[in-house]
Each structure stands twice: as structure tokens, then as C-alpha cells.
Design a protein around this ligand. Structure first.
Ligand SMILES: NC(=O)c1ccc[n+]([C@@H]2O[C@H](COP(=O)([O-])OP(=O)(O)OC[C@H]3O[C@@H](n4cnc5c(N)ncnc54)[C@H](OP(=O)(O)O)[C@@H]3O)[C@@H](O)[C@H]2O)c1
Length: 310
């Protein structure tokens, strides 16, 4: 389909993730992007993105709104653009801000809450999303088409989104740490820099693609690389001594706990912005709102501090 005949997208908040989405989507969709400091987004114009500092104008002139501001900006921005998003689909990429909060901030819009990662820039993102009950099948299909044009897309239950923020959203940071460590190991052994980087990155790609294509458990694939008395087992033995698996498990748990804590804070802030009573400090309303917030399943306190458990 020709770009001009497709639905118009507004990306509100062209920062790291909004900018990556704009760069990836602009070749296939008509995109308008906003941020307050437009000078920092000028490069997008060269890719065919229309820039404006006016969120309302961008929302008014678009069919679908992609919201990529920081979590605490979501409610104020929704309240600002609400008169222009009635009857439109809004896809929010913000961590922690629930569909319920967004529905209450702009009741006329149909909300999709998504989590993605920076690999959308090269159309290799992994985006998960949950829909509010007002989203119809046509909205959902269109959202999948947009999100699917920048990588893999999968519908999930909203209750999984905080943990998926720690996996899909934060995951690249953990994997870059792995790649960096492999590179430094190779540098220590004298491999040239570019060879160290390419071998680490391509090994990660190949291992991930084999994992998905084979349908096998990673432990089975790992075992297939190990030969008795061989090279790989020496490396794995060192990793076990370094408690690497425990470290990664703890990283995902700690990040998920943080996502849930932010969700709780965000809900309190949103309640203040949405509910006038809240701002006036009526404690019973505050407590009843807080009661509705789920406690984290894991508080980060009960991991063994002594010997490795893996
Ligand atoms: N970074 C990631 O890898 C990642 C992954 C998945 C999801 N997310 C989610 O994406 C959201 C953005 O994260 P980010 O890392 O991309 O943050 P970021 O780089 O700070 O981008 C946010 C952008 O929003 C703009 N902004 C702030 N207030 C605005 C307003 N009132 N109207 C229009 N634009 C406004 C800011 O630019 P100005 O200050 O110039 O306005 C900034 O460029 C967050 O909610 C985060 O949870 C991020």
C-alpha cells in the first residue's frame, strides 16, 4: 500500500523510543512527531517525518497516536490532547501506566498499552501489547500492522507487562552487557577489536535464531555444544563460579520489582491528576486507591547471599 494512502500516525515524544519508532515507521507510514525541544529531532525531517511542537495539532491531524513520553508525562499529555483523540486509537509505550489510568485520563480514546525495545529502529523490535476493552478487532489488526512493521509483535495479558518491561524493554541493556563482556574476554586474549565485536554479536544473533527455530530449551542447545574434557565446559565452569545465571535472574526480578514500584507511584500521581479529591488530600480516597494497587510478587529480599544456588 502507498504511504500516502495509509493512516496518519502521530508520535508524541520523539526521544529514544519515539525517535526510533519514527525513523523505522516513516518509510511506510505518514508520521508526524512531536517533542518540546524540536532542535533535538531535526534529523527526523530528512526521513520524511513532519515535526511540530504542538501535541494537539499532531493528534488532531492523525488517525492513530503513538505515545512515547516518560511515564509521569502520560496523564498530563493525554489530558492535553484528549479533545483531539476522541474515537481514535492511542498506543502507549510508557512503562507502568495502566490501561485503566489512561482510560480515565482520556475516556473517549481507545487505548493499547505496548512495551517494545530500541531494536524497532532496525525493524527487529519485540513488541508486546494489551488492549483496553473498548479496542475493536479492526483497531487491534491495525495496531498489529503498525507494530509488526518494526519487528515481532505479540498480544499479552496486561498483568504481564511489568515483567515484560524488564525483559523486552530493558533486555537489550543486559544483552549488551553480555556482548561487552565477551568482547573484553576476547580482547584480553589478543583478538582484534572488530573481530571480537563481530564474533560476539553474530554469535548472539545465531544462538537466538537457532533457539527460536529449533523450539528446543536453551539448556539442551547449550549441552549440544559441550564435549567431555573440551573447551566449552571450561568456560561454562567459570560462568557457574561467577554465578552468572543467578545474576541474570536477579536482574530480571529487580527490574520487574522496580517496574511494579513505578507502576504504583505512577498510579498515585495519576490519581492526583485525574481525581480532584485526591489533590485535596482526602486520605480515605487515597487509601482506597492504594488498596487497588497490586503488591509486587517479589521484593528482591529473599535471594541467598552465600553460595551459588544454580
Ligand atoms: N528507552 C527504551 O529503551 C524504552 C523501551 C520501551 C519503552 N520505553 C518507554 O518509552 C517512554 C519514553 O522513554 P525514552 O527512553 O524514549 O525517554 P526519552 O528519551 O526521554 O523520550 C521522551 C521524549 O518525550 C519528550 N517529551 C516530554 N514531555 C513532552 C510533552 N509534553 N510533549 C511532547 N513531548 C514530550 C521529550 O522531549 P522534550 O523534552 O524535548 O519534550 C523526550 O524526547 C517511557 O515511558 C519508557 O517507559 C522506553
Amino acid at each position: 500500500m502507498k504511504k500516502e494512502s495509509r493512516q496518519k500516525l502521530a508520535i508524541i515524544g520523539a526521544g529514544t523510543i519515539g525517535g526510533a519508532l519514527a525513523r523505522a515507521l516513516a518509510s511506510e507510514w505518514p508520521v508526524t512527531a512531536t517533542r518540546r525541544n524540536l532542535a533535538k529531532a531535526r534529523a527526523l525531517e530528512g526521513l520524511g517525518v513532519r515535526l511540530t511542537g504542538d501535541n494537539r495539532e499532531a493528534a488532531a491531524e492523525s488517525d492513530i497516536i503513538l505515545l512515547a513520553v516518560k511515564p509521569l508525562q502520560v496523564v498530563p499529555v493525554l489530558q492535553e490532547i484528549a479533545p483531539f483523540t476522541d474515537g481514535k486509537t492511542v498506543i502507549s509505550f510508557a512503562a507502568a501506566i495502566s490501561l485503566d489510568i489512561m482510560n480515565r485520563a482520556a475516556p473517549g480514546s481507545r487505548f493499547i498499552r505496548a512495551m517494545t525495545n530500541t531494536a524497532v529502529e532496525i525493524r527487529k523490535g519485540y513488541t508486546v501489547y494489551a488492549c483496553s476493552s473498548t479496542v475493536n478487532e479492526a483497531d487491534r489488526r491495525l495496531a498489529e500492522e503498525i507494530l509488526g512493521s518494526v519487528g515481532e509483535v505479540q498480544a499479552v495479558d496486561e498483568s504481564h507487562l511489568d515483567v515484560l518491561t524488564a525483559m523486552a524493554g530493558s533486555g537489550p541493556a543486559y544483552l549488551y552487557t553480555v556482548v561487552e563482556s565477551l568482547i573484553y574476554g576476547a580482547l584480553r586474549m589478543g583478538l582484534p577489536r572488530d573481530l571480537a565485536l563481530r564474533s560476539a554479536a553474530h554469535t548472539l544473533i545465531g544462538a537466538s535464531e537457532l533457539l527460536l527455530a529449533s523450539g528446543k530449551h536453551p539448556a539442551e542447545l547449550r549441552d549440544s555444544v559441550v564435549t567431555p574434557g573440551g573447551v566449552t565446559i571450561e568456560g561454562l565452569y567459570e560462568l557457574e563460579e561467577g554465578r552468572v545465571r543467578t545474576a541474570f535472574m536477579k536482574a530480571v526480578c529487580a527490574a520487574s520489582t522496580q517496574a511494579r514500584a513505578l507502576a504504583k507511584d505512577a498510579r498515585i500521581q495519576a490519581e492526583k491528576a485525574i481525581t480532584p479529591f485526591f489533590a485535596s488530600g482526602q486520605e480515605e480516597i487515597r487509601e482506597s486507591a492504594l488498596d487497588k494497587i497490586e503488591e509486587p510478587l517479589y521484593d528482591g529480599s529473599n535471594f541467598p547471599k552465600g553460595e551459588a544456588s544454580n
